[in-house]
Design a protein around this ligand. Structure first.
Ligand SMILES: NC(=O)c1ccc[n+]([C@@H]2O[C@H](COP(=O)([O-])OP(=O)(O)OC[C@H]3O[C@@H](n4cnc5c(N)ncnc54)[C@H](OP(=O)(O)O)[C@@H]3O)[C@@H](O)[C@H]2O)c1
Length: 262
């Protein structure tokens, strides 16, 4: 079996390592890519072919691990070429997932059935990560469990994996916002250390460590997180009927919190 990657960064290299350890043939291309990607791919021990077209044509399973903005274009350019399964692992919204699905459906039923959406829950490098899959033929990828990947099929609707990712994002980002706010208040009373101490006592040491990491990560990511909350709100407002969780208060408060961070 051959598994090909379009895009060879952190996700592709981490997954490749597991596949290679389990004797799977892994391929990609570095044609036109950055020095960082070239170095990573060359050091990984995968097969490198001349072009991404060749990767797509030779793979039984083609995996897109580029960036959210590139995902749609990559699907149209390379996903369409493969005769096997096309798995998108990018952080894309349910709307973009549907756009890709509709594009394949416009070509034929086989292409759309063989399109699978995957959402990586957690950092790919963490030991707790899991990849949720959705799409008509997603059970076909359960074999990847035998090659060291932590996989779960969540549903046959193509958007299911994108939805669960979005819901998790609502939860985890809101938790980050409320943790940050409580910490800032504790600091204003000179009780920053005590805040973490009580978190550790009531929620456990791991929670305290995570809380510190959430606050620290905000320094460089509050603008991106603000944009992500805006995207989520826009998406929910578009799909909701007037009676469904109309106000989205927690999401809006989280969005505002990220906006006010300097
Ligand atoms: N890292 C995680 O833990 C994680 C978790 C959940 C989801 N994700 C999602 O997984 C995807 C990949 O993430 P990553 O962390 O692996 O990103 P990354 O380290 O930045 O790697 C992205 C790779 O895609 C390549 N690329 C970008 N545009 C391309 C194009 N048009 N054609 C071919 N290759 C292209 C980049 O090459 P250059 O270096 O030449 O630009 C790079 O090799 C993203 O959509 C991300 O949202 C990542």
């Amino acid at each position: 079996m051959k598994i090909g990657f379009i895009g060879f960064g952190e996700v592709a290299s981490t997954i490749s390592k597991k596949l290679l350890d389990n004797n799977v043939n892994v391929l990609s291309s570095i044609n036109g890519r950055s020095d960082k990607t070239k170095k990573l791919a060359k050091n990984s021990g995968i097969d490198l072919v001349n072009s991404f077209e060749d990767v797509a044509l030779s793979s039984d399973i083609l995996i897109s691990t580029v960036s959210p903005f590139e995902a749609l274009e990559i699907s149209k350019k390379y996903g369409v070429l493969t005769n096997g399964i096309f798995l998108d692992l990018n952080n894309i919204s349910p709307k973009t997932t549907l756009e890709i699905f509709d594009f394949f459906k416009g070509i034929n039923e086989t292409k759309s059935s063989n399109f699978i959406k995957g959402s990586i829950i957690g950092k790919i490098s963490s030991k707790n990560q899991i990849i949720y899959l959705s799409g008509e033929n997603s059970n076909d990828l359960l074999l990847l469990k035998d090659y060291g990947l932590n996989i779960k099929v969540i549903g046959s609707n193509i958007t299911d994996a994108s939805y669960i990712k979005m819901i998790r994002s609502i939860y985890s980002k809101s938790l980050t916002a409320v943790t940050y706010e409580a910490f800032k208040i504790s600091e204003s009373f000179n009780m920053g250390d005590e805040f973490f101490e009580v978190l550790s006592i009531t929620e456990g040491k791991d929670f305290e460590i995570q809380a510190k990491s959430r606050i620290k990560s905000l320094k460089n990511s509050h603008e991106r997180k603000y944009e992500e909350m805006s995207e989520i709100l826009k998406f929910l407002e578009n799909i909701q009927s007037s009676n469904d969780f109309k106000d989205n208060n927690m999401i809006k408060a989280t969005q505002n919190k990220f906006k006010e961070i300097k």
